[in-house]
Structures are given as structure tokens and as C-alpha cells.
Write a protein that binds this ligand. Structure first.
Ligand code: GLY
Ligand code: MN
Ligand code: MN
Length: 429
């Protein structure tokens, strides 16, 4: 891991939050992610299960967390199982955490080797009435690959088939959606690294530059600042490519007169940031480009002020739709009749702004949280309106990350230039 060590108090607090929402007499088990294979003897870079990381801070494979607040011996309320280290692993991969290190990272006193799991937990599970098992229940995940956690859950449900099974995911989604000061600091660090990367681009983007060269500039800056890299696949989309919402080829040459949309951001210590900016490739927006840019900026500003405790997503999305409709009318992209005759289920503005305005942000870029409950202080959201005009080869999106506070909201990316005039001035020093 490249990031600086994190105080174990974060993970101790997180476990306490989980325990408070468990039923009495219950145990919970969380499992780390697999190292995913590529081909031959290759593997992908390791990415920890966000839930296991949130509860332990342990960032390696073959890790299991066992939590049983009401355990009779009082000593094994929390047990961490980690991969056994040996000389072979130390020589080839560098040492994995030893027991003392795992204790220091997580704050868990009882640390055993992974292969001891069955023997150690069996007597404790006999005492438990309920068994909480976890899995990825993100409402937008459609992944067929079986996770290590799901595989392990199947074994547990077979071995302990008379226990009453409970789902951990609703508790995890609830507690992860409200960020602690410590987490906000880590997200802010990710945003600050993103800012460094973006500022580097202001003098780098020129006619003739290739999209992948921009990607290379960013990864250099992110890695230099202790990030593992991009928080998600970067979208570096010049001209028409900006209208392809999930464009990730990043293989075209940027031409004078085009605008380039950059949806690019760093992770730090597994926490994501999520930025979008649009730059004129030759350093100056045309009048039309600036009109569209400023329209998006006004919607961005209007929307962000609506991130308030107590507001609902139903009201928020409706208000943002109205702001966007007004801008599209002003730009001549919609006519009054289009709006008058619109289908309420797919309003007219959706022709040019077809994605959502906000999502939760945290350990995952599309983080967990309940969209059907009111916003609360401590939640972190993106705001990312856009206007995509395919017939003009122009796509503009602006995106920052906001913390909802007790009475307002805080822009975690407030130092990243966003005004069209400021962008032009920085590109033409
Ligand atoms: N970069 C992914 C998103 O904006 O949602
Ligand atoms: Mn986003
Ligand atoms: Mn984004």
C-alpha cells in the first residue's frame, strides 16, 4: 500500500457502529476479496472488499473478520483471521501482516491465521442464535463472478444450516453512508491529489495531444502522491467522444476547436474522489461552447445548494430537472411545446441530460446509501449535471464532491478551477 498508515480508531469506531445495529445474540462474518486472475499466472492489482476494509483496515487477501458482541468468554468479541506469513511469501511478495501488525492496523486483539477459522469459531458459533452474512447488495451491481465472500457464505450456510441468517448489507449501507471526520479527511486527500493532476493538465492540453497522453500525465501525478491510481476508469473524451457517456478508449487525438471532457479522479487509501472538467483543446472556448458550459455551471451551482439535511432525492431531482429545462430552453435546444407535451416519466430535458445528477461517494465511487431516505449531515455526494449535444460534437459535464453539513454543504473540490474564464486564463498564462 502506498498510503500513509491510518489510525486504528477509525476501524474500531466503525465496528462499534455495526455492533450497535446487530440483534442481541448474533455473530457476523466478513470476508476479504479474492485476488482476481488475468491469464497464465497473472493477476490483477488487489482491491479489498470495501466493507472488510471499513471494519478492519486490513488491505490484503485471505482475511476474515468475526464479530460476536455477546460471546460468553468476553475475550473473543472480535477475531481477525489473516493469511499466514512464511519465508516463501516474504521473499516473493514481501511480508504480509504479522499478527502484531494486524492488531496495530485494526485494533483487534485476537488475531489468528486464516486456516484456523473453522476450529476457532465453531464453539462460539454454537452460542450464536443469528449469523450475519455479508454480500455486495449495491442496487446497480450485475456481476456474475462469484466473490470470495459469496463462496464462503455458501460454505457457512451449509455448515451452520440451522442458524438464523441475517443480512449485514443493510447495516453496512446505512453506516457507510454517513462519513466520520476521519473518512472525510481521507476523501479530501483523494480530492487534493485529483486537483494536482488536473492542474497539471491546464498547461499540457494542446491541439495534437492524444487522449492517452493526458491519462499518462494523471497517473504520474496520482502515483507520485501515494495514490494507487484512478478511482474508476478515466473518461478522457475529446469532441464527439464526450457524448458517449462511458467512453474509456482514450485513444483519439485532440483537435483545435474541440472541447475535451475529463471525468478523471484519484483514489487515496481506498477512498474515491470523482471529478469532471471540460477544457477547450486550444485554450479558448467558442461563444457557443461557453454558453453551454455556463448553462451547465449554473445548474451545477443550483443543484449543489440543494444538498441539505432533510432534503429528499425526489425533490432534489425534480428541482434539478427544472433548472436544466430552463437552461435548455435558453440555449434553444428545447422548445416550450417540447416541455408542455413532455412525458413526466421521461421529461424533455432527458434528451440532453440523460444521467443522474448525484450519487453517494466514499470507499466506492458509486458508494452505498439509501436514495429513498432524506439527506443527512455527513453524507458525501457528487453533483454532476451535463449537456450532451451530439449534433454539435459537444458534451459538457461538471462534477465536484460535496459533504452535507448540519445546515449547508461543503465543496471538497472548491479549489479546483471551474469558471470558464479562469480555465482559459490558466491555459494561456
Ligand atoms: N466517474 C463516474 C461518475 O461520474 O459517476
Ligand atoms: Mn460521478
Ligand atoms: Mn465522474
Amino acid at each position: 500500500m502506498k498510503y500513509a498508515s491510518i489510525d486504528s480508531s477509525l476501524f474500531i469506531e466503525n465496528r462499534n457502529k455495526f455492533k450497535q445495529l446487530m440483534k442481541p445474540g448474533s455473530a457476523a462474518i466478513f470476508v476479504s476479496n479474492d485476488i482476481m486472475p488475468t491469464n497464465a499466472d497473472g493477476s490483477m492489482g488487489f482491491r479489498q472488499s470495501s466493507d472488510l476494509f471499513y471494519l478492519t483496515g486490513v488491505d490484503q487477501e485471505d482475511t476474515i473478520l468475526f464479530v460476536f458482541p455477546d460471546v460468553k468468554d468476553g475475550k473473543h468479541k472480535e477475531i481477525l483471521f489473516i493469511k499466514e506469513t512464511n519465508e516463501h511469501i516474504a521473499i516473493w511478495e514481501g511480508a504480509k501482516l504479522n499478527k502484531a501488525e494486524a492488531n496495530a492496523v485494526s485494533g483487534i486483539e485476537q488475531v489468528y491465521w486464516h486456516h484456523e477459522f473453522d476450529k476457532i469459531v465453531k464453539p462460539f458459533l454454537f452460542q450464536a442464535e443469528y449469523l450475519y452474512l455479508n454480500q455486495n447488495e449495491h442496487t446497480r451491481q450485475y456481476i456474475e463472478t462469484e466473490t470470495a465472500e459469496k463462496r464462503f457464505n455458501k460454505q457457512l450456510m451449509h455448515k451452520y444450516n440451522l442458524h438464523k441468517i441475517e443480512r449485514s448489507a443493510p447495516i453496512m449501507q446505512r453506516i457507510r453512508s454517513i462519513k466520520s471526520a476521519h473518512e472525510i479527511d481521507l476523501i479530501q486527500q483523494a480530492c487534493d491529489i485529483t486537483e494536482k493532476g488536473f492542474r497539471r493538465l491546464l498547461s499540457f492540453v494542446k491541439p495534437g495531444v492524444w487522449e492517452y497522453e493526458i491519462e499518462a500525465e494523471l497517473i504520474h501525478e496520482f502515483t507520485k502522491n501515494r495514490s494507487r491510481g484512478f478511482a474508476y476508469s478515466p473518461i478522457i473524451a475529446s469532441g464527439f467522444n464526450a457524448c458517449v457517456l462511458h467512453y474509456i478508449e482514450n485513444n483519439q487525438q485532440c483537435k483545435s476547436g474541440e472541447v475535451i471532457l475529463l471525468d478523471v479522479a484519484a483514489e487515496y487509501a481506498n477512498y474515491a474522489s470523482d471529478l469532471t472538467r471540460c477544457l477547450p483543446v486550444n485554450g479558448r472556448f467558442t461563444k457557443r461552447q461557453k454558453e453551454v458550459y455556463n448553462a451547465v455551471l449554473r445548474v451545477f451551482r443550483g443543484a449543489s445548494q440543494l444538498l441539505l439535511p432533510g432534503n429528499t432525492f425526489e425533490k432534489y431531482n425534480k428541482a434539478v430537472g427544472e433548472l436544466m429545462t430552463e437552461e435548455l430552453l435558453q440555449l434553444g435546444l428545447l422548445k416550450t411545446e417540447d416541455v408542455k407535451n413532455q412525458n413526466p416519466a421521461w421529461p424533455a430535458f432527458k434528451k440532453y441530460f440523460m444521467h443522474g445528477t448525484s450519487h453517494f461517494l466514499g470507499l466506492d465511487v458509486h458508494d452505498v446509501g439509501f436514495f429513498y431516505e432524506p439527506m443527512q449531515a455527513g453524507m458525501v455526494f457528487t453533483v454532476e449535471p451535463g449537456i450532451y449535444i451530439r449534433e454539435e460534437n459537444l458534451g459538457i459535464r461538471l462534477e465536484n464532491n460535496f459533504l452535507v453539513t448540519a445546515s449547508s454543504q461543503l465543496d471538497l473540490m472548491k479549489n479546483i478551477p471551474i469558471e470558464a474564464d479562469e480555465i482559459e486564463a490558466l491555459m494561456n498564462p
